[in-house]
Design a protein around this ligand. Structure first.
Ligand SMILES: NC(=O)C1=CN([C@@H]2O[C@H](COP(=O)(O)OP(=O)(O)OC[C@H]3O[C@@H](n4cnc5c(N)ncnc54)[C@H](O)[C@@H]3O)[C@@H](O)[C@H]2O)C=CC1
Ligand SMILES: O=C(O)[C@@H]1CCC=N1
Length: 266
């Protein structure tokens, strides 16, 4: 085995964000990473970072201490043969939604030391949230590199694997719910007559509110109540949201995401 510390199978958006934050934080040097992807365009992005690149997944498996699966879950079966060369010395880190550690080992066809991580896209700006769990065949400390990688791009919480689909639904998919809200607020700003400044008003409002939520010791509910003067403008809006059962819709949406994760892993 040659000297790569981390081999990335799949050089897409998440792999790029993870490699960039690891290199920027000094967890790994670019020269300690190799990435494989069928897309020459994606590989050129990694090459520009100083990462070694290849279109052969087998080379990544053969030359890396730890291998990260950053492909779509639907691609795993097609590349199972490429992963059959994994040895008992290697750790396999998976960021794929849905697929459990036992399922991954079953598809590969032998016991594998699988560490499962569910990150999210704010890792691109160093503000990610990742859930981490380990599979049955791991050894003490197998998750250490994964934890350091994802701590370099935000925060890490260790969870039981039974909760990974739930974590995926809450924080993995979570950024999309907030972007959806932003889209709706920008549309609404237009509907009440604001044109050029709509994006700016909404982006800064979400950014400032997120920072307030993170920095404050108060609950989200209390922060909301402080904006909501009795009989005022916010109360009028919240009454309409409650009447539209938006809170229940969010619960159902997160349950649907959790259930889709279970389906992907079945
Ligand atoms: N996008 C997100 O917000 C999050 C995604 N994930 C998980 O991360 C994984 C990757 O997602 P993204 O980076 O968003 O997708 P992406 O589509 O940007 O990256 C996937 C990459 O895999 C490559 N690929 C396709 N077939 C391949 C093969 N046979 N061998 C090697 N590479 C191959 C594609 O060319 C692509 O570059 C997924 O499993 C997803 O569930 C996890 C958390 C958040
Ligand atoms: O939508 C997905 O399946 C992936 C997993 C979490 C975020 N994106």
């Amino acid at each position: 085995m040659s000297g790569y510390r981390l081999g990335l199978i799949g050089a897409g958006n998440m792999a790029e964000a993870i490699a960039r934050s690891a290199v920027e934080a000094g967890v790994l040097e670019a020269g300690q990473i190799v990435a494989s992807d069928p897309s020459a365009e994606r590989l050129s992005v990694f090459e520009a970072m100083g990462v070694a690149v290849t279109q052969e997944n087998r080379r990544v498996v053969g030359e890396s201490e730890q291998v990260m699966l950053a492909i779509k879950p639907q691609v795993l079966e097609a590349i199972a043969g490429d992963l059959s060369g994994l040895s008992s010395d290697q750790v396999l880190i998976s960021i794929m939604a849905g697929l459990g550690t036992a399922k991954i080992a079953a598809v590969i066809g032998k016991p594998v030391r699988v560490v499962r991580v569910m990150p999210n896209t704010p890792v691109m700006v160093g503000k990610g949230m990742a859930g981490v769990c380990v599979g049955a065949d791991t050894q003490a400390g197998d998750e250490d590199l994964a934890v350091r990688l994802f701590e370099s791009g935000g925060e890490v919480v260790r969870v039981d694997e039974s909760l990974m689909d739930a974590v995926t639904a809450v924080s993995g998919s979570g950024p999309a719910y907030l972007f959806y809200l932003a889209e709706a607020m920008i549309e609404a700003a237009g509907a009440v007559g604001i044109d050029a400044d709509a994006e700016r008003l909404v982006r800064q409002t979400i950014y400032g509110s997120a920072e307030l939520l993170v920095r404050s010791d108060e609950s989200a509910g209390e922060l909301r109540r402080r904006v909501t003067s009795p009989g005022g403008t916010t109360a009028a809006a919240i009454e309409r949201l409650e009447a539209s059962e938006v809170r229940a819709a969010v619960v159902r949406a997160i349950q649907a995401a959790r259930d889709r994760g279970r389906e992907l892993g079945a």
